[in-house]
Design a protein around this ligand. Structure first.
Ligand code: GDP
Ligand code: MG
Length: 176
């Protein structure tokens, strides 16, 4: 029977943040354990689904990747609707992408009815020599805004799984 549900909870994640910070590659790494060097703008709504087992529960993660222009206004309300978790990504080598996190948080609060768990991800840590945002600063900012903070490299794969596992644990705690 193909219509038997193979999960207990379906959890919607959204990836937001400035363009070129690595959102699509974080998704690619998590879904297919691969990486794409060239830059390809995400066109149309793309999403990945992955089943994860945590304790005795089966979760289906449905992860939406921003489509089209990644400007605050152009992301529609429906993108945010029912999201249990918003992953806000910035690039540790790009100061502007970090400064814009505040606007992404605001955008999230206004569109996601305010209950989504927020995760701040500092990506591209493989480019350590080009880093301009120090870990401590971002950690402090995340704490003030009640966000989980994780640094990743979609290129090497470091901590990418952790983004989803840590947030899922928090979400699970709220469910049971
Ligand atoms: P998006 O616009 O946020 O979806 O960003 P992409 O995933 O398309 O990545 C933008 C560019 O950054 C691409 O050239 C990627 O290859 C590169 N990139 C993404 N993640 C990383 C990373 O962790 N390290 C490095 N060095 N490059 C990355
Ligand atoms: Mg993209």
């Amino acid at each position: 029977m193909s219509n038997i549900q193979n999960f207990d909870y379906q959890i919607k994640y959204i990836l937001i943040g400035d363009t070129a910070v690595g959102k699509s590659n974080i998704l690619l790494r998590f879904m297919q354990n691969s990486f794409f060097e060239g830059y390809k703008a995400t066109i149309g709504v793309e999403f990945g689904e992955k089943n994860l087992k945590l304790d005795y529960l089966n979760f289906k993660l449905q992860i939406w990747d921003t489509s089209g222009q990644e400007t605050y206004q152009s992301i529609t309300r429906s993108y945010y609707r029912n999201a249990a978790c918003a992953v806000i990504v910035y690039d540790v080598t790009n100061k502007n992408s970090y400064l814009n996190v505040q606007s992404w948080i605001k955008e999230c609060w206004e569109n996601s009815s305010g209950y989504a768990l927020l995760v701040l991800v500092g990506n591209k840590i493989d480019l350590e020599e080009n880093r301009v945002i120090m870990r401590g600063e971002a950690e402090e900012f995340a704490r003030e805004n009640k966000m989980i903070y994780i640094e990743t490299s979609a290129k090497t794969g470091e901590n990418v799984e952790k983004v989803f596992m840590e947030s899922l644990k928090k979400i699970e705690n709220n469910i049971i």
